[in-house]
Every structure is written in C-alpha cells, then in structure tokens.
Design a binder for this molecule. Structure first.
Ligand SMILES: NC(=O)c1ccc[n+]([C@@H]2O[C@H](COP(=O)([O-])OP(=O)(O)OC[C@H]3O[C@@H](n4cnc5c(N)ncnc54)[C@H](O)[C@@H]3O)[C@@H](O)[C@H]2O)c1
Length: 429
C-alpha cells in the first residue's frame, strides 16, 4: 500500500459520480463497499466521534474546508462533553446550515461510535483518546466511511497491526484515511523536507528530536465517577488509554523522524526514562521523561527526547544533520553551502489536512496515510517499551509483539492501574 494518495481513473470517476448523484448522501451509494466519490457540489455529511478539544477543532476545520459540508452526527462517551462541543460549534457557526445535528443523531456511551457507522454520513472524524482508534477506524472502514484519523493511531502493537490491516482494506475500498499527524500537511515543513530529501544537506547522519514541554491538564476526581470514568476523563495519564506521553505527544516528532528516514522502520532502539516529578497516584502509571536512540540499517540515528515537567528548559524542534549541512524542520531552515529559509504561505496545517481530504473526495484523489501513521505510532511504542524495560527493542519484536493493553471490559466499573514500569524489571511481551 502506498503511504500517500492514489489517483482514481477519470473513467471510474464518471461511472461513480453519476451513481453518487442519485442519493442525497454519498454513503447511500456505497453498496458493495466500492466508494463513489463526490461530484461537483454534492453535500458531504460528516460525523464527529470524540467531542473534546481536538475533535471540536477538527469539526471546525472540516466545516471550513468545503462549501458543501454538513456536520450531522456527533458521538462521545460522555453527554456533557458532547453538549459542550455542540455549544462551542453553535457559537462558531451561528445560524449556519452547516451544523445540522438533530438530538436523535447525538450518541453517547462506549457504543456511540457503532451508532454513527449506521448513519448515512460520508466522512467520520475520529478524535477520541488513542486507545479506541483501532476499533473505531475498523468500524468506519467496514461501514464504507472516509476518515480523518487523529494521532496516535494505537497504544500497543496489537492495535497497530489492526490499523495496518484496516488501512489496507480502505485502500481496496477506495476510502480516504487522512492522518492527524499534522506536520505532514504544513507547507513549510513539507518544503524543508523535500529539499533535505533532494540532497540539500547530503546523506542523513543524525536527527535530534526534542519535545520538551511543561505539564498538561488534569481533570480531577468526582465522587460519583467510577474508576473507569475517572481514567477516561484523565486519559493522558494511563498507558492503556494514551500510550504514555511519548506516544500521545512525541509521536509528532517521531513521525517527522520516520518521514526523514523515508518511512523505513529502524532496526532497533535503546532508551532510558522514568517518573521523576509526577510521582503521585493522580498521574496514573505514565513516565514524565524519555530519551531514546533509534538506529537504522544505514547507520543513521535518531536521538529522541521528550519531557513533561514544570520549570525546565522547553524546546520543540527537529535538528537534522547531514554530511554537507544541517536543518531545523520546524524553523524551516537549511544551513549548507547556501543558507535557505522557507518564506512561502503558511496556512494552518489543521485546515490543510481537511482541505486536502475534501478536495480529494471531490477530485477522486483518495488519500491514504495508513502506513506512515501506523509506523510512526509503532516507533513511539517501541521507544516507550525500550525505556519501560531498559532493554534493546527491535522493530521486528515490536511489530510482532502480542502486547494488548485493552481492559477486560468496557464498563463503568473498576479498572486496575498497572504498576509504574521499572527498567530492568518490567518485561515486554
Ligand atoms: N494533531 C494534534 O495536534 C492534536 C492536538 C491535540 C490532541 N490530539 C489528539 O486528539 C485526540 C483527542 O485529544 P483531545 O485533546 O481532544 O482530548 P479530550 O479529552 O479533550 O477529548 C477526547 C474526547 O473523546 C471522548 N471519548 C473518550 N472515549 C471515547 C469513546 N470510547 N467514544 C467516544 N468518545 C470518547 C471524551 O469524552 C472527550 O470528549 C487524542 O488522540 C490526541 O492525541 C491531536
């Protein structure tokens, strides 16, 4: 499967678009799973699954991306989250027919996503905590929906393998999967990357990936919440839900490293990390810092550092060193024989993701980011496991690992919190 887009033939477009014009919604034309993409100004109906901060933002991006897009379905595990998002969207789009969510199309609970897949929406925005992504993505592709898929795409190797399989099925059904690994949609990063890949700094030697930040939110504990609800509301701090912050946040940096390496997996990695400051029970079972060295077959190395701590040096940048120069991806700068800096247009990468998704649905350029979003997620997971265990972890070991962090049941009851990992003691299945 190609990690980028695939162009449908014009003949297929004409055959399919005439079918598409018959039904009001394109999803109605998906009999047999063969996608008929949108002709000229067909209305594209979208659903939002996971109505938190990013989901609400993604819905705004999607609604602004195309004239004829309507949000008709929303789903969340919690009613208060869904209502908050609905109100925020109503404030952003006052009196607009772009917002068309009837009460009977607002679904709540663990199974809300399944109800979404039974509706006639064309595109689903998957924006829950990462644990749920493999199941939600599979349900969307099974139902013939196009997808915007937030990062990361899984928290464990079992989830990554499921996403790889689903992405292959999407390719076969001609369904789009646009990834929320948003730097791939940033014009400045794209142009800097292109120049590096065209040889501007010679052969790639090393990359230093820094994601050194402060702390994020914590939503407290309410007496009426079950343990499951508490963990779901504070999902960042539980590895089964977020993958830990190396997977949840640093995946943005690791994705750029993977891109620099031509989306080829590394051989192995070693790393160190721990929990120096966030020691209390409220911080679940995640670490607060990681440092990893990944090595590729050609000897190229990626040194990846991530930290979430107050009062420490902050830096988010990708430092690339080649045989004939160096570059900073986020600053879009290259220093080689000649200095270069990107000075072109800088639209929001969050808007560009959706503009390219919807433009692709109109033109037949079906985008499938399934391969790289899975590999970059696995790169983060193998780094986490190297740090949790203190062992060298190979790519083969990671991609074949049976590790599956799912809870026994999706019910509002007890969920045990595993012990914080101890390097040299904790093992990786
Ligand atoms: N690309 C980016 O720059 C970027 C930025 C922020 C967040 N994200 C990603 O977006 C995702 C969501 O992050 P957020 O900041 O919006 O978190 P959030 O906590 O604000 O929102 C998550 C929402 O999902 C809901 N939810 C949880 N489990 C659910 C389930 N099983 N079914 C339906 N809804 C469920 C929650 O109730 C909540 O409303 C994460 O994967 C995060 O890593 C990406």
């Amino acid at each position: 499967m190609s990690p980028s887009g695939s162009k449908a033939t014009r003949r297929a477009f004409l055959q399919q678009s005439s079918a598409a014009m018959v039904g009001g919604s394109l999803a109605a034309t998906l009999a047999g799973g063969q996608f008929a993409h949108a002709a000229g100004n067909d209305t594209l109906k979208i659903a939002l699954v996971g109505c938190g901060g990013r989901g609400t933002g993604a819905a705004v991006n999607a609604l602004n991306a195309d004239e004829n897009v309507r949000l008709t379905v929303m789903a969340d595990a919690f009613a208060d989250q869904l209502n908050k998002s609905r109100q925020a969207l109503a404030a952003q789009f006052p009196n607009s027919d772009k917002l068309a969510v009837n009460d009977d199309q607002a679904f709540v609970g663990f199974d809300a996503y399944q109800k979404v897949m039974q509706t006639d929406v064309d595109v689903v925005l998957l924006c829950t905590p990462p644990h749920f992504r493999p199941a939600h993505l599979q349900a969307a592709i099974d139902a013939g929906k196009h997808v915007f898929c937030e990062k990361p795409v899984a928290v464990d190797p079992a989830g990554v393998r499921q996403v790889l399989k689903t992405a292959q099925q999407a390719q076969e059904k001609n369904l789009s999967i646009v990834s929320g690994l948003c730097w791939r949609y940033d014009y400045g990063v794209r142009e800097t990357m292109k120049r590096i890949q065209d040889g501007a700094i010679g052969e790639l030697l090393t990359v230093q990936e820094n994601y050194l930040t402060g702390t994020l939110w914590h939503r407290g504990r309410e007496p009426q919440w079950s343990e499951m609800e508490y963990q779901m509301r504070n999902w960042l701090y539980f590895t089964w839900l977020s993958g830990d912050h190396i997977v949840e946040q640093h995946v943005h940096s690791l994705d750029k490293a993977m891109w620099l390496m031509g989306d080829k997996p590394p051989l192995h990695c070693v790393g160190l990390g721990g929990r120096e400051v966030r020691k209390e029970e409220m911080w679940g079972n995640i670490f607060d810092h990681f440092a990893i060295c990944y090595e590729w077959e050609n000897g190229a190395k990626v040194f990846a550092f991530t930290r979430q701590m107050k009062g420490c040096e902050g830096d988010v940048e990708d430092y690339v060193v080649g045989t004939r120069g160096r570059a900073k991806l986020l600053r879009h700068e290259i220093e080689a024989e000649e200095k270069w800096r990107y000075r072109g247009p800088k639209p929001s990468m969050y808007d560009v993701e959706h503009k390219e998704l919807f433009a692709g649905l109109r033109s037949g350029n079906i985008i499938n980011n399934g391969l790289y979003m899975s590999y970059s997620t696995l790169l983060a997971i193998m780094g986490r496991e190297a740090c949790y265990t203190g062992q060298k972890i190979t790519w083969d070991q990671a991609i074949n690992s049976p590790q599956d962090l799912s809870p026994k049941a999706y019910e509002w009851g007890e969920v045990p919190v595993p012990a914080v990992a101890v390097p040299g003691v904790t093992t990786f299945a």
